[in-house]
Design a protein around this ligand. Structure first.
Ligand code: DP6
Length: 326
């Protein structure tokens, strides 16, 4: 009987962002990044290599994906097959535990869970750094979702040197993120294509790489000092610089909607009233608010002037990957 391996990985939100590749084939980033893994959103994936199959079968939330949609997953499985000597196709069952259509970075938790389940099912025994390197080949942000808490992805310069490790886990101080889940519109451009365009065309790109280095240093110190204000300030500035790159690309693009700007404005207003909160955004319209638990109620009340209660999700630091065999 072929064995089935199940892995569960949580999503992460970058506080110092990855936005650009040095090597697209190996997925080596232009700069290092730091993230917080969240408890609320995760992907659970089971993989079984099966000699009876004539193609990979990928089920996403119980639905069989057409081959075109499963292609990125099959390419990733090819990498695992190549490394392990496993020659057969696989059944992949993946469930995304992210509120419906929240559009919250599922490639991070998705490829981390797939790396964990597929490598073990194929007979590979990778340590955490090895899993992180493998997950990187699926999606850059997945490199960090192998670990819980605060995580740093070292950019590195080749396959061996580009991996993530824990900066702080467990996170035993009061920091959380409120996800403001906004109505999904058609994404203007995928993160993969967006960052490639930015690297190729933004005249400001070299400045991004330089400032990201400084942000990494300051963010490491802020995390060690458990300094919410510093974490929030650095994250917010870093996020806006990333989005400024998109505005400066040729052709320009951006991920903001009118609701995004409303949420950003609400955070600024709260801050001017003495509430210690900051925002960050990834390659989509959703806003994540960095704050302490004690301010949750006042922030939620302010946001509910504009958004429904079910659009607001409070997330706390989450755990690293778990892998089980059956
Ligand atoms: C804005 O990891 O989705 O969320 O490596 O091409 O799959 P690929 O990109 P992806 O990009 C994530 C970009 C980001 C910032 C971050 O998570 O660091």
């Amino acid at each position: 009987m072929a064995k089935t391996v199940t892995a569960k990985a949580h999503t992460n939100i970058a506080l110092v962002k990855y936005w650009g590749k040095k090597d697209a084939a190996l997925m080596i980033p232009q700069n290092g990044s730091i993230s917080l893994t969240l408890d609320h959103f995760y992907t659970q994936t089971s993989v079984t290599f099966d000699a009876h199959l004539s193609a990979d079968q990928v089920y996403f939330n119980h639905q069989l994906l057409p081959a075109a949609k499963a292609a990125r997953i099959s390419r990733f499985l090819d990498l695992v097959r190549h490394r392990s000597g496993q020659a057969t196709f696989a059944t992949v069952q993946t469930e995304n535990h992210v509120p419906t259509s929240a559009g919250l970075a599922s490639s991070a938790s998705g490829f981390a869970a797939l790396a964990g389940a597929a490598s073990r099912a194929a007979g590979l025994r990778l340590d955490a750094a090895g899993l992180s390197r493998l997950a990187r080949r699926g999606s850059g942000s997945a490199t960090r979702s192998i670990f819980g808490g605060f995580v740093e992805w070292h950019a590195g310069h080749d396959d061996q040197s580009s991996y993530a490790e824990v900066l702080q886990d467990p996170v035993n101080w009061d920091i959380q993120m409120i996800a403001v889940v906004l109505k999904a519109t058609q994404k203007p451009i995928s993160s993969t294509d967006g960052m490639a365009r930015v690297v190729a065309t933004s005249p400001y790109y070299p400045a991004w790489v330089t400032t990201a280095e400084t942000d990494l240093k300051r963010m490491r110190q802020a995390i060690i000092a458990r300094d919410l204000t510093a974490v929030g300030q650095i994250a917010e500035t870093n996020a806006m610089r990333m989005h400024a790159l998109n505005l400066s690309a040729d052709p320009a693009f951006n991920y903001f909607t009118a609701d995004t700007l409303t949420a950003i404005q609400a955070v600024s207003d709260l801050r001017s009233h003495g509430i210690n909160c900051y925002y960050t955004l990834d390659a989509g319209p959703n806003v994540k608010i960095i704050c302490a638990g004690q301010d949750t109620n006042v922030i939620m009340t302010r946001l509910q002037q504009h958004f429904d209660a079910d659009q607001l999700i409070v997330a706390k630091p989450g755990p690293g990957i778990t892998i089980t065999e059956k």
